[in-house]
Design a protein around this ligand. Structure first.
Ligand SMILES: Nc1ncnc2c1ncn2[C@@H]1O[C@H](COP(=O)(O)OP(=O)(O)OP(=O)(O)O)[C@@H](O)[C@H]1O
Ligand SMILES: [Mg+2]
Ligand SMILES: [Zn+2]
Length: 458
């Protein structure tokens, strides 16, 4: 027996209600609820697969099956995944339209197939020949790589039974649909139901499923936000569309840490790995003698990254001065400005302050505080920070410099890239390593300002 049900679903967060309301009580957005009709057969295929799950066991009787991690051929991607693709897991790769999601997955598919695995690539947005054209440009070719241009998930399931792939790619989740429900593809109900079915395919057939999802600001198309909690791993592919650099970042990972990032470069014939991102970021540094430019060492998972922070401080022409931050949290900037005013005596109340982290990196750790503070302070005083110096440290509200995590790794990265000097928080213990770089320990913000300015007249 088929049941017909209509409901209103928030296209932003997936909240459901039987009646129309203007404002979503869950995420607070206005006008995002859309009516969705759902026709369900009494037992859905998703439910029927769940029915034959294993028995209830005592925890000490459960045997651990070692999860097999399949290398993707990209070390940068493997690191973000926590060592590789876990067999039987469901991975969501999300990103803005046109950022290069299909490119990344097609190249990865090529790598995986070269290692002898069978992969089914479902292109729901493009024709087979479009994919072939891209594959040619990316130099991807394999007799293990199957391409299927299809939007109906039931047809895909039939092909899975036929081809028996070890990896399944769905490009994209917004453009596939299941006949189980009648909502249009891209609606929250469809996305949720399709993900459910794909999750069951992953767990019950032990197939690794990679799902591509678009992130859009437009409230009418369901963003992958609603499925983040359903999948094992969520990876974001980001970057400035007008620049070639791309970042991979994991937001959720059931099999590894989430603070790793992967760096790629988009070139004519596809994505190239950037194994030493600090080097790339430092190369982008053009004017090392301008006031307000500072190098900080940020810690991203297992590695440290050197990035440039730029500040611009100038007399304001607005009634209240502007504070603008790119790549770092706005409230952090306000706090650092407050400390500079109170503890150093900088009068920034008539100055606009702009702070920019280059390289498209988002800094959200306090270890960048000191660098940001010095960038603002030196720009205000129009002095140049020693271009051979890297700055590390957290600034407390009292203007003291606090220690940071992974300090040694950060110092080592600075040394590796040929910097001559690091400014770090004053330590109570000795540093365990012998470094080949001048280390200046500071306990107060004011000392750091003196220490970072180059001896030779700027
Ligand atoms: N012929 C080409 N030569 C060089 N680069 C190209 C070429 N065609 C596409 N690109 C690059 O690939 C990017 C698009 O990649 P891709 O199609 O993988 O993105 P996507 O995230 O899958 O996009 P969509 O949202 O349309 O699915 C373009 O923005 C461009 O940078
Ligand atoms: Mg695409
Ligand atoms: Zn909502």
């Amino acid at each position: 027996m088929a049941k017909v049900k209509t409901k209103w679903v928030c296209q932003n967060c997936g909240y459901e209600t039987p009646k129309y309301i203007g404002k979503c009580p869950d995420c607070g957005s206005w006008g995002t609820l859309m009516e969705e009709t759902e026709v369900r057969s009494s037992v859905t295929s998703a439910q029927s697969v769940v029915l034959d799950n294993g028995p209830v066991s005592l925890i000490n009787e459960i045997e651990i099956t070692e999860s097999i991690k399949l290398p993707t051929g990209f070390e940068e991607l493997d690191r973000v995944l926590g060592g590789g693709l876990v067999q039987g897991s469901l991975v969501l790769l999300a990103g803005d339209p046109g950022i290069g999601k299909s490119t990344l997955i097609l190249q990865t598919a090529g790598n995986i197939c070269t290692s002898g695995k069978k992969l089914l690539y479902v292109c729901a947005e493009e024709s087979g020949s479009q994919v072939k054209l891209r594959a040619q440009r990316l130099n991807v070719n394999s007799d293990k790589l199957y391409v299927y241009s299809q939007t109906n998930l039931e047809a895909v399931i039939n092909q899975i039974d036929e081809i028996k792939p070890e990896i399944l790619v769905i490009d994209s989740i917004q453009s596939v649909y299941t006949s189980e429900i009648t909502s249009s593809s891209g609606s929250v109900s469809q996305i949720r139901e399709c993900t459910n079915i794909l999750m069951n395919i992953a767990k019950n057939k032990n197939i690794t499923v990679i799902v591509i999802g678009h992130v859009t600001k437009d409230g009418n198309i369901a963003g992958p936000k609603v499925l983040e909690h359903m999948v094992d791993t969520v990876i974001y592919f980001e970057g400035d569309k007008y620049k070639s650099q791309r970042l991979l970042r994991s937001i959720k990972n059931r099999f590894g840490s989430t603070n790793e990032i992967g760096v790629f470069n988009m070139a004519e014939n596809g994505l190239e790995e950037v194994t030493n991102p600090s080097e790339l970021f430092m190369k982008e540094r053009t004017d090392i003698s301008s006031p307000g430019s500072v190098i900080i060492a940020s810690s991203e998972g297992t590695r440290a990254l050197l990035v440039e922070v730029q500040a611009l401080v100038g007399a304001t022409s607005y009634p209240s001065p502007r504070r603008v931050s790119t790549g770092l949290e706005f409230n952090r900037l306000l706090q650092i400005i407050a400390v500079l005013e109170k503890r150093i005596g900088l009068n920034l109340s008539k100055h606009d302050v702009y702070v920019n982290v280059t390289g498209g990196i988002e800094i959200d750790e306090p270890a960048a505080d000191l660098g940001i503070a010095l960038a603002i302070a030196t720009c205000y005083r129009n002095v140049v920070v020693d271009p051979n110096c890297v700055i590390i440290g957290e600034v407390s509200l009292s203007g003291d410099i606090r220690n940071v995590s992974n300090l040694e790794k950060r110092i080592y990265e600075a040394q590796k890239l040929g910097f001559k000097k690091v400014i770090i928080p004053k330590l109570n213990k000795k540093l365990s390593d012998n470094y080949n770089i001048e280390i200046i320990q500071v306990s107060r913000l004011i000392d750091a300002i003196t220490a970072c300015v180059s001896k030779q007249k700027a």
